[in-house]
Design a protein around this ligand. Structure first.
Ligand SMILES: C[S@@+](CC[C@H](N)C(=O)[O-])C[C@H]1O[C@@H](n2cnc3c(N)ncnc32)[C@H](O)[C@@H]1O
Length: 377
């Protein structure tokens, strides 16, 4: 990206760009691109939300137009999750995501695992109400994304939208070089500002740490922002092929190859490098279901010394799973393209505690993301 320096407006209202001013300005732009210590001054949350909420309307359309879920709940007054699951033959993971979306949207409320409609849900989502809005969603109820939502709800299998053309899910698609490049770029651009804020907010937690292991680190952007802001840190990124090659290129682009190395490996089946006193799991656990999360957290515990630290960074639900709405919407995207969904701090906290960690409080970072920390006992 090249920019030219723009001078103060002249009397005719147009700025004058002098050739001699262009070179220092270009240099400044490249310096800014490489200076990972410089945070943006604005909040990109809405720009990310438009993209992150992409599946939510279709999931609601399916709940109204294919299941008639709200009319069914209303006829029963209140229902348990298991009754919904059995009656509609739905899988546990996507049903949890759908119910979270419904609570966050304010259409149902849940107490002791029993769900009932709110006034908003009863007036606008029940098919015999005079204010029923079902027909408003009819045009999208058979769209490819809606069909994918229905498939996930019924079969718990990610649909293939946003994966490669051959119908692989996201995980299999990441083995393809071209797909992996596009998706790693996507995560990298999102990670710059998020990584900078994460680095700011974890400063005191990392004060006594020396080496971070960034598991499933993608482009390595979080390692890069952490070491850029904290001079005492080094990092190792553990990534699978072919992403690991992209990771190396990105780290060289930032000039951080002397402080960050990259190890190629499968985080589930290969041993993790025993180098770290802190492990970062950024946007990794939310790609997986609970058994895989338990495995990754147990491997985290095994790779750390006593007193070792862990940071889980991603988009978190509130512990009662009634919001925040942007995260509930993002969870619909994740349940459709990965084997995971968004979780709350309490869910990870329980697994961390079982695996020998003392768990710290949740903290926000930027754009609906945040992190929890834990220290190995
Ligand atoms: C959603 S991305 C997160 C990337 C980065 N940590 C971030 O926060 O942007 C998940 C990453 O996990 C990596 N991954 C998935 N399965 C893996 C495996 N079995 N072993 C190593 N890495 C894996 C993917 O290649 C991908 O880069």
């Amino acid at each position: 990206m090249l920019t030219a320096q723009i001078t103060e407006p002249e009397s005719d209202g147009y700025p004058i760009i002098l050739p001699t001013m262009i070179l220092p300005s270009i240099t400044k732009t490249f310096e800014m691109l490489n200076d990972l210590r410089q945070n943006p001054t604005t909040d990109p949350a809405l720009l990310l939300r438009y993209r992150d909420r992409q599946y939510a309307a279709e999931m609601l359309a399916v709940a109204i137009g294919k299941l008639n879920l709200f009319t069914w709940i209303d006829a029963r007054g209140s229902v348990a999750t298991e009754s919904i699951q059995q009656h509609f033959s739905l899988a546990r993971r996507p049903l949890d995501v759908l119910l979270t979306l419904c609570r966050a949207g304010g259409w149902i409320r849940t107490e002791s695992d029993r769900h009932e409609l709110t006034a908003l849900g009863r007036e606008h989502l029940v098919d015999h109400s005079p204010w029923f809005l079902g027909p408003y969603y009819a045009p999208i109820v058979d769209s490819p994304i809606a069909q994918g939502c229905l498939q996930v709800l019924q079969h718990d299998r990610p649909a293939n939208w946003q994966a490669s053309e051959d119908g692989n899910d996201w995980h299999a698609s990441m083995m393809d070089e071209a797909f992996a490049k596009g998706f790693t770029d996507l995560m990298n651009c999102r990670g710059t500002a998020m990584g900078q804020v994460l680095a700011d907010k974890t400063g005191s937690f990392l004060a006594d740490c020396k080496h971070i292991l960034d598991v499933g680190g993608g482009s390595g952007i979080y390692s890069s922002t952490l070491v850029a802001k904290h001079d005492h840190l080094r990092a190792t990124v553990l990534e699978q092929a072919p992403v690991d090659r992209l990771t190396r290129d990105e780290i060289v682009r930032h000039g951080l190859q002397d402080r960050i190395d990259v190890v190629q490996g499968n985080m589930f089946t290969d041993p993790w490098p025993a180098v770290a006193d802190c492990i970062l799991l950024s946007n990794v656990l939310h790609d997986w279901d609970v058994p895989e999360i338990r495995t990754l957290i147990q491997k985290t515990a095994a790779a750390l010394p006593s007193g070792g630290r862990v940071i889980i960074h991603e988009a978190f639900l509130d512990d009662d799973k009634s919001g925040p709405l942007p995260v509930a919407e993002y969870s619909v995207l994740l349940v459709n393209i990965t084997r995971g969904k968004c979780y709350c701090p309490a869910e990870y906290g329980e697994i961390l505690a079982d695996s020998g960690f003392d768990v710290g409080p949740y903290q926000d970072t930027i754009a609906d993301r945040g992190f929890i920390t834990a220290i190995k006992r």
